[in-house]
Ligand binder design. Structure first.
Ligand code: MN
Length: 227
């Protein structure tokens, strides 16, 4: 047994739908632009870009039903409704045809973003870490074990009950299998890794008191209140 100099930080984890078990989270990867209409609304050409990735710290996870304090250092906090996949099996250079077999479960997620800091980072050619990987930035619902189904179905974001985003998972530029394959060529993936698979068009701001719900058809939902 190892003796540590300070108490060991808690293991980040997510609930599993319909089970007392929790899923331990290792790393959180996110796809930058993966729906054509969202790429256009951010001023980019969706036809010319391979997938790119950024990360959030695992301890930035926020579960369903949480109240999150409006984060510091921003005046433009945005929601981004996303399908999240959790890996039960790792690997490097995973072939597209085998990629879906690495998925353990799926969830509805919200890639909270300090949009003003992101715009500033882009303009100054600086990293996105502080725009994307701040405390409580990785909203994720309970994981539903993956049954091998094709990724189609509605993904929606509602703010105070009003629909702000609505798309089909089949609209992704890079399907989930391609995302996993591509990412595994950049880093070795491991069990416990989460991948946020990108957001559709319609991103926008959240303010104090808002309740933001992300729903993914057949998978689940996650609700967050900004206080
Ligand atoms: Mn995103």
């Amino acid at each position: 047994m190892t003796d540590y100099a300070i108490p060991v930080p808690p293991q980040p984890s997510l609930p599993v739908a319909g089970s007392p078990l929790r899923f331990p989270v290792r790393r959180i990867f996110c796809v930058g632009r993966n729906y054509a209409e969202h790429a256009r609304e951010m001023g980019n050409d969706p036809d010319r870009e391979p997938p790119f990735f950024f990360t959030k710290p695992a301890d930035a996870l926020v579960e369903d039903g949480a109240t999150v304090a409006y984060p510091p250092a921003t005046a433009d906090l945005h929601y981004e409704a996303e399908l999240v996949v959790a890996l039960g099996k790792g690997g490097a250079d995973i072939p597209v045809a085998e990629a879906l077999g690495h998925i353990w479960g799926c969830a509805a997620g919200n890639d909270l973003t300090r949009r003003d800091l992101q715009a500033q980072a882009k303009a100054m050619k600086r990293p996105w870490d502080m725009a994307k990987g701040f405390d409580a930035s990785a909203v994720c619902g309970a994981l539903t074990p993956y049954d091998g189904r094709a990724f189609t179905g509605r993904i929606r974001c509602l703010v105070n009950g009003a629909e702000r985003q609505s798309a089909d998972l089949a609209d992704m530029i890079w399907p989930v299998a391609d995302v996993i394959a591509h990412l595994s060529g950049l880093v070795t993936l491991r069990p416990g890794d989460l991948i946020y698979t990108g957001t559709p068009a319609g991103v926008g701001a959240l303010v104090h008191g808002d309740t933001c719900v992300v729903e993914v058809e057949g998978i689940g939902s996650v609700s967050t209140t900004i206080a």
